[in-house]
Design a protein around this ligand. Structure first.
Ligand code: PGA
Length: 254
């Protein structure tokens, strides 16, 4: 089954490093059947466009602001990233929610702006360890989905992918203390997400929406995670920094 493999480079690489990365990724994945998306820092989007056009690899941005233009010093809009070559954008990543205090209302406005500009949205949701300990994880993620997708029409959902990224499983260091996520944990939450889409939209929408997993996916566990038929793909942070490792995951047949 073809999967969607998204690399999130976060705030890493300078343009010269990314140029080498992009050329290598294009070559190494040319026979892949998967949908591959790389999300570099904003400053490398045009480099990505230059070195990835004609390849299998699509380009994504890691964030946008919700307004089109104006006095928003330091911000970047949906049409700017589109113009720079992005067709995807990650919205609501836990780094943004936690470190930059982004609210569901703000995330909802950003999704609307991205969709209005014809971008595909990778909406990240997921609970922290405390919420899971309190057994509130399903309600928490349901509410994120409801709030983040408020006012989004069913036909627009075609351009929305949902990435379940439990905060406690993001970045390998944090999976210490025996907090490794199991296939059962992933499948249960994917099911909860689909059921919520069914409640808010329709059975058809719940069957069609792509649900990805993210959080410490690496060379050791990717086969187990991606061979799972319930999971449509993965968003990969740390392990995407090494182009060889990311390419192995991106070109595999699942
Ligand atoms: P990780 O990051 O693969 O390093 O856990 C995933 C993400 O933050 O999207």
């Amino acid at each position: 089954m073809n999967k969607i493999i998204i690399g999130n480079l976060k705030m890493n690489t300078i343009a010269s490093e990314f140029k080498v990365y992009a050329m290598s990724l294009a070559t190494k994945t040319k026979n892949s059947k998967n949908e591959i998306v790389i999300c570099p820092p904003f400053t490398h989007l045009t480099t990505a466009k230059e070195f990835l056009s004609g390849s299998k690899v699509k380009i994504g941005a890691q964030n946008i602001f919700d307004e089109e233009k104006g006095a928003y010093t330091g911000e970047i809009s949906a049409n700017m990233i589109k113009d720079a070559g992005a067709t995807y954008v990650i919205i609501g990543h836990s780094d943004r929610r936690n470190k930059f205090k982004e609210t569901d209302k703000f995330i909802n406005r950003k999704i609307k702006s991205a969709l209005a500009n014809g971008l595909k949205v990778v909406l990240c949701v997921g609970e922290n360890w405390q919420t899971r300990q309190n057994k509130q994880e399903y309600d928490f993620v349901r509410k994120q989905i409801d709030d983040d997708l408020k006012g989004i029409y069913e036909n627009e959902l075609e351009s929305v992918l949902i990435a379940y990224e439990p905060i406690w499983a993001i970045s390998t260091n944090k999976t210490a203390e025996n907090r490794n996520i199991s296939k059962k944990d992933i499948n249960k939450m994917v099911d909860v997400i689909r059921k919520e889409i069914e409640t808010q939209y329709s059975t058809k929408a719940s069957e069609q929406i792509k649900v990805l997993y993210g959080g410490s996916v690496d060379l050791n566990n990717y086969k187990k995670i991606l061979s799972n038929e319930f999971v449509d793909g993965a968003i990969i942070g740390g392990a995407s920094l090494n182009v060889d490792n990311f390419s192995v995951i991106a070109r595999e047949t699942y």
